[in-house]
Each structure stands twice: as C-alpha cells, then as structure tokens.
Design a protein around this ligand. Structure first.
Ligand code: ADP
Ligand code: ADP
Ligand code: ZN
Length: 216
C-alpha cells in the first residue's frame, strides 16, 4: 500500500509515519529528512536548498520530484511507502501521478491531518529528536520516560532543527496555506482523500489512521 500524509508543519506527519512504518512494514519517505541530509552532506542539492529551508519557503519542485522519483525505485519501496511532506504543490502532485503511472504504481490513500494553526507553533518550537535514532519528542506532549534519555535507544543527546523557530514556522504555515492546501481539493476530486482529526492526542490520531488504512 502507498499513502500520503498531508498536513501543515507540526501536524504530526513524521510521528505517525514512523508508527505506520513499524506496524505495517511500509517505508517512510520524508523529503524534509532527505533535504536535511543533503544539506549536511554539502551536496549540490543541499547547497541549493539550505537558504530556502532556513527561510521557511519551499525548495523547487524539480529538486524534490527528482529525489522522490529516484527513491521509490529502491527495492525497499516495493511493498509500499508513506510520503511525508511530499507532494507540497499541485505541480508536485501532478508529477507524482505521472511518475507512479510510469512505474506501474498507484497511490491508494491520502490522509489529511486536520489541525488548527495556532497550536502548531507550540508543537514545532517544542520539538526535538534523538540525535542517534531519530525518535521524535516534544517538551510538553511527548517527553522521554526518563528525562534526557531516549526511550528507544538510551542516547542522551537530542537535536532541534534550525528552522523550528517561531518566525520560520509562520512562513512555513503561510507556504502551506498558499501552496499545499490546494492538494486537499486535488485529492478530494480524485476520491482518494480521507480526513482525520489531528488535534487529538498522539495515540488517538494513530487509532484514526489505523481505521482508515484497515478500510483501504
Ligand atoms: P510534522 O512531521 O507534521 O511536521 P511531527 O510529527 O514532527 O510533525 O510533530 C511535531 C511535534 O508535535 C513533535 O514534537 C511531536 O512530538 C508533537 N506531536 C505530534 N503529534 C502530536 C499530537 N497529536 N498532539 C500533541 N503533540 C504532537
Ligand atoms: P515540516 O513537516 O515540519 O514542515 P519538513 O521536514 O517536511 O518540515 O520540511 C522542511 C523544509 O524542507 C520545508 O520547509 C521546505 O523548505 C523543504 N521541503 C520539504 N519537503 C518539500 C517539498 N515536497 N517541496 C518543497 N520543499 C520541501
Ligand atoms: Zn534514540
């Protein structure tokens, strides 16, 4: 099964994608993670993307379409993948349709995580991840069981993203409303859209997603 998690920054896409990955053996494909890796490695793509990401704007369609097109060809994607943070523009969605058709694949369901803007700022400014295993945390909503120690791997260093500050979050939310929200209509018309309440607690959101996926 292939699916898209659609929602603004902080909606919970990454958190839920990791849970679906573990429970169902699907691969999480996060364009944000891939771009951050490219920035860190100093590749050509990374050098083009760095300033744009720091400003909270979208990197060019060509770059992310190329990344995704190559990535879904990898053998680990054969049994299914979760797109997290892609597509983010109608042009990306159209390119995705074309490339999936060319590769003989389909998009089975698009899950829209409905959230309000204001609480997202607090979700993002409180976000951290384990520097070793990448498990996601939140200062208030998802603290490690033992303070300062990753639940998953026991590591004691956590990292925060350079763009997870209030000012950049506001730009990212504007980019979402202007460029990404039209995808709700795009997939609504195709009939693959399912909407869930992303303001619920993390476990409740997982339960809603499971109900959607079980019905596919
Ligand atoms: P996205 O990938 O959509 O940007 P994340 O999954 O990284 O969002 O979640 C953003 C932050 O909010 C993280 O710190 C995460 O722990 C927290 N979070 C995720 N889902 C919820 C939720 N349903 N309620 C409260 N906090 C949440
Ligand atoms: P979040 O879900 O918290 O908004 P991501 O990790 O998905 O963050 O994305 C971080 C940044 O990477 C975005 O603000 C944007 O600059 C860039 N980015 C990620 N995915 C895309 C995409 N599909 N198209 C354009 N830019 C992207
Ligand atoms: Zn860890």
């Amino acid at each position: 099964m292939n699916l898209i998690l659609l929602g603004p920054p902080g909606a919970g896409k990454g958190t839920q994608a990791k849970r679906i990955e573990e429970a169902r053996g699907l691969v999480q494909l996060s364009t944000g993670d891939m771009l951050r890796a490219a920035v860190k490695a100093g590749t050509e793509v990374g050098m083009k993307a760095k300033a744009v990401m720091e400003a909270g704007e979208l990197v060019s369609d060509d770059i992310v379409i190329g990344i995704i097109s190559d990535r879904v060809d990898e053998p680990d994607c054969a049994d299914g993948f979760i797109l997290d943070g892609f597509p983010r523009t109608v042009a990306q969605a159209e390119a995705l349709d074309t490339l999936l058709t060319e590769k003989g694949k389909t998009m089975d369901v698009v899950i829209e995580m409905q959230v309000e803007d204001d609480p997202l700022v607090g979700r993002i400014t409180g976000r951290s991840t384990c520097a070793k295993c990448g498990e996601g945390y939140h200062d208030e909503f998802k603290k490690p069981k033992v303070e300062g120690v990753c639940d998953k791997c026991g590591h004691t260093e956590f990292s925060r993203r350079a763009d997870d500050n209030e000012e950049t979050v506001r730009s990212r939310l504007s980019a979402y409303h202007a460029q990404t929200a039209p995808l709700i209509g795009y997939y609504g018309e195709k009939g693959t859209l399912k909407s869930i309440d992303g303001m619920a607690a993390i476990d409740d959101v997982t339960a809603q997603i499971n109900a959607v996926l079980d019905a596919v």
